[in-house]
Design a protein around this ligand. Structure first.
Ligand code: HEC
Length: 140
């Protein structure tokens, strides 16, 4: 009997700790791409056609959560925690193209990984379109 308790207690402690840390990760940890992502070069940089193509993809796959203008206020965002990122904000815009591309590829939580459903080029087109969202904001 004593041996059983000695075994059960640590298991319960481990389970509780794992559950607790999992919950707090979802609520508060900022999402940071690995620094290696910063070295991935955008092959479509300053390519206006890529922005147009990126918008088409965005209007199909992304706006429901991120909102039509990228502010994170799409109809699907209401129940999400953490909320989808505001693509017009410095939090997103100050990241490298490679970091944004990496996040679209890998996903986290409610944000699906798109590396299988969208090809490399399509993911870069989305990065170009996300960049253009900030540019629109600044000229206002
Ligand atoms: C089901 C809702 C949903 C859809 C659809 C969705 N996202 Fe997201 N996205 C999220 C959420 C939620 C986060 C925040 C995730 C986190 O911080 O854990 C996020 C985060 C991001 C980020 C990271 C921003 C940052 O914090 O640095 C990028 C970039 C992004 N999404 C791009 C896209 C693109 C591009 C698409 C379409 C191909 C897309 N998302 C589709 C919900 C969604």
């Amino acid at each position: 009997m004593k041996t059983a308790i000695k075994l059960v207690v640590p298991v319960v402690v481990i389970l509780l700790t794992a559950f607790h840390s999992n919950v707090s990760v979802q609520q508060s940890t900022p999402w940071v791409a690995p620094s290696s992502a910063d070295t991935i070069q955008n092959p479509l940089k300053n390519n206006p056609a890529a922005v147009t193509e990126g918008k088409k993809l965005y209007d199909k796959y992304c706006w429901t959560c991120h909102g039509k203008s990228g502010k994170g206020d799409g109809p699907g965002a209401k129940t999400l925690n953490p909320k989808p990122a505001d693509h017009t904000s410095p939090v997103v815009q100050n990241q490298s193209d490679g970091a944004i591309w990496w996040k679209i590829s890998k996903g986290r939580g409610q944000m699906s990984p798109y590396e299988k459903s969208l090809n490399k080029n399509q993911r870069w087109q989305l990065v170009c379109y996300i960049r253009s969202m900030a540019a629109t904001q600044q000229t206002k």
